[in-house]
Ligand binder design. Structure first.
Ligand code: NCD
Length: 319
């Protein structure tokens, strides 16, 4: 499977920075096959039978945790969920000891979400099983970046030359970082817009990345808009005046959407603050791919589990 004999077998999925365009294409092609399985009446193939996967989540999650769980189950793996609030972490167990304990039980992959940047990479230094980063602080969220690319390909049938706009709290967003890496690797132009205080300085000089103070200017002729959640839990106070002001100056509403291309695609990683960064009309409107992103998340996570645990050979032969 895959072009040029690319393989992700045994690879830790930490961020899209370390992915080649060929590796990204392999994930997207495999996810397409997975989407066919999701649409079947009986969504179960035995490809990962006998493999076990642990979901280790130190931060809240609806979509990412559930879709990894479903992905593993659809592929026949045993999936265990561990959340910090119901594990020995509340008794003071360290991340290192928790990882070693999970490893001792003989699992094949650990999917991990943690508030600290670099936590997933740290895990790769401590234990042997493959680590899939489900979000580490504001650093990276590679499976979200891949599902966003998969969604763009589904609607636009190409990446090269598309204008993407990422709106809002880029500074605190691991989704933005993973999207930017992925989009740039696939040849898209990336425009960022939002309050100056929420734009990371280090991106100013990057080729193919454009930063705007006015969201209207960024939205002109956009092919894709990704609206980020304002990360109230990661922010220090005072980065924007008030939520009302934010919605008025930077919120994505119908009038602003009209500045983009007629067939613009609107995405949001969820959970949404409706009425703050995005109006309900836009969130549920004709351009929105937000529900589709959720389904695509299951397909992408199935693809990644198969590729890292088996290399992805003979998926259909096994099913
Ligand atoms: C994102 C996350 O947790 O990074 N949500 C998600 O995974 N779908 C985005 C967010 O919390 O704003």
């Amino acid at each position: 499977m895959g072009k040029n004999n690319v393989s992700l077998r045994g690879k830790n999925i930490l961020g899209l920075e370390s992915f080649s365009p060929e590796e990204i294409s392999l994930v997207l092609e495999t996810a397409q096959e997975m989407k066919n399985i999701i649409h079947r009446d009986i969504k179960k193939v035995p490809t990962l039978r006998g493999k076990s996967v642990v979901n280790l989540f130190y931060e809240p999650s609806t979509r990412t945790r559930t879709s990894f769980e479903l992905a593993g189950k659809y592929l026949g793996a045993d999936v265990i969920n561990m959340t910090a609030s119901t594990s020995s972490v509340v008794k003071g167990e360290s991340l290192r000891d928790t990882l070693l304990t999970i490893e001792a039980m003989g699992v094949d992959a650990i999917i991990m979400r943690h508030k600290a940047e670099g936590a997933a990479e740290y895990a790769t230094k401590v234990v042997e099983p493959v680590i899939l980063n489900a979000g580490d602080g504001a650093h990276a969220h590679p499976t979200q970046g891949l599902l966003d690319l998969f969604t763009i390909m589904q609607y636009k049938k190409k990446f090269q030359g598309l204008k993407a706009v990422i709106l809002g709290d880029v500074l605190h967003s691991r989704v933005a970082r993973s999207d930017i890496w992925g989009m740039r690797k696939m040849g898209m132009e990336v425009h960022l817009a939002g309050p100056k205080t929420l734009m990371p300085r280090f991106l100013f000089e990057e080729p193919g990345i454009y930063i705007h103070d006015r969201i209207e200017e960024a939205l002109e002729n956009a092919d894709v808009i990704n609206c980020l959640r304002i990360q109230l839990e990661r922010q220090k106070a005072g980065l924007f005046p008030s939520t009302r002001e934010y919605a008025r100056i930077f919120g994505l509403n119908d009038a602003r959407l009209a500045l983009a291309k007629k067939d613009v695609l609107v995405m949001h990683p969820g959970p949404m603050n409706k009425g703050l960064e995005i109006s309900p009309y836009v969130a549920y409107g004709a351009h929105s791919a937000i529900q589709e992103q959720v389904q695509n998340g299951v397909a992408i996570r199935m693809a990644l589990l198969i590729l890292v645990l088996t290399g992805g050979k003979n998926i259909e032969a096994n099913s």
